[in-house]
Design a protein around this ligand. Structure first.
Ligand code: CP
Length: 321
């Protein structure tokens, strides 16, 4: 595997889940794969889970790890071509990328959407430059439009908690937030749920329609109460306007409707459903304290499975080097 952005990069998901179970049962069984191999993790944005889990996964595989926070200690990077670099950006990404590639065997990149220019974000301009110019396999640690390591961990968590022989109902629900957030997590969650064996429903206020390439065959229900009825898993997430119906609204906050916050009443409409969120989460906006602290909340095992999803992905990349 040379790149990891989408569910189909892993091939058969059943096989990938089986591999996740093997890795979880013995995380140190593949240390020979990473010997004398280096992972470079590049962060254009903050992280807690992705940073720690991906580094731990690489160490489980015997790899060396270098972490670069571009905004803390590195030269400020220009990302546009054709500009006169007479501002505060000292280095162009097009030189920095091959230099970074020369120091490692695999590159992992986190680069969020700017939420100002839909075309720039959805073209994945930054990470495609890494793919094109680094000469190394590239793993997405959340890009402008996708967060596949999170979605894979979410799928592993659902598999671990679903009732055997029952096709679970999984609901992705928008919830309010005080800041404009990217669509990467809901995009990937939708993509991965569509690829999995689940009954998948998306619910959000009008105007928050996700890009059709991620919605796929999922059912979209604008009535949150109806959507949550009988749900086995409730995946809450805020996202800003994807600009599908009105491109001018891209990246905007269209609603802060607190009736969408997941509380005990919302969970009472479900089939004793599990609560999920990728974290970090703002309590009181996305979810109430009692729901996130309840025994049906999966947020901690979900975060713990980030180590497993990253390890399966890095293992696949190492095996293909
Ligand atoms: N879920 C997730 O990606 O968390 P971090 O932003 O802390 O990495």
């Amino acid at each position: 595997m040379r790149t990891f952005f989408h569910a189909n990069d892993l091939g058969d998901l059943g096989q990938a889940l089986q591999e996740a179970r093997q890795v979880k049962a013995d995380r140190y069984a593949y240390q020979h794969l990473g010997k004398n191999k280096t992972l470079l993790m590049i962060f254009f944005n903050n992280s807690l889970r992705t940073r720690l889990s991906t580094q731990k996964a690489a160490m489980n595989l015997g790899m060396n790890v270098i972490v670069l926070d571009v905004n803390a200690g590195a030269w400020k990077l220009e990302t546009e071509r054709g500009v006169i670099m007479d501002g505060d950006k000292s280095e162009h990404l097009l030189e920095a990328i091959p230099v970074m590639g020369s120091y490692c065997d695999i590159i992992a990149v986190r680069s969020f959407a700017g939420l100002a220019d839909r075309e720039f974000d959805y073209a994945e301009t930054i990470v495609h430059q890494f793919v094109e110019h680094s000469g190394r396999p590239v793993v997405a640690m959340e890009t402008a439009t996708v967060h596949p390591l999170q979605a894979f961990a979410d799928l592993i968590t659902i598999e671990e908690h679903r009732q055997a022989a029952v096709r679970p109902k999984v609901v992705l629900t928008w919830a309010p937030h005080c800041r404009a957030l990217p669509q990467a997590v809901p995009n990937s969650f939708a993509e991965w749920m569509n690829a999995a064996d689940v009954d998948f429903v998306i619910t959000h206020p009008e105007g928050y329609e996700l890009d059709p390439r991620f919605v796929g065959p999922a059912r979209v229900e604008y009535d949150q109460c109806k959507a949550l009825e009988g749900a086995d898993f409730v995946y809450a997430k805020n996202w800003s306007c994807p600009g599908v119906t009105r491109p001018a609204d891209y990246g905007q906050i269209l609603s802060k409707d607190m009736s969408w916050t997941i509380d005990a009443e919302h969970m009472s409409w479900t089939n004793d459903g599990h609560f999920m969120h990728c974290l970090p989460v703002r309590r009181g906006l996305i979810v109430t304290d009692d729901v996130i602290e309840s025994p049906r909340s999966l947020v901690i095992p979900e975060a713990a499975n980030r180590e497993i999803s990253a390890q399966v992905v890095l293992k696949r990349v190492l095996e293909a080097l």
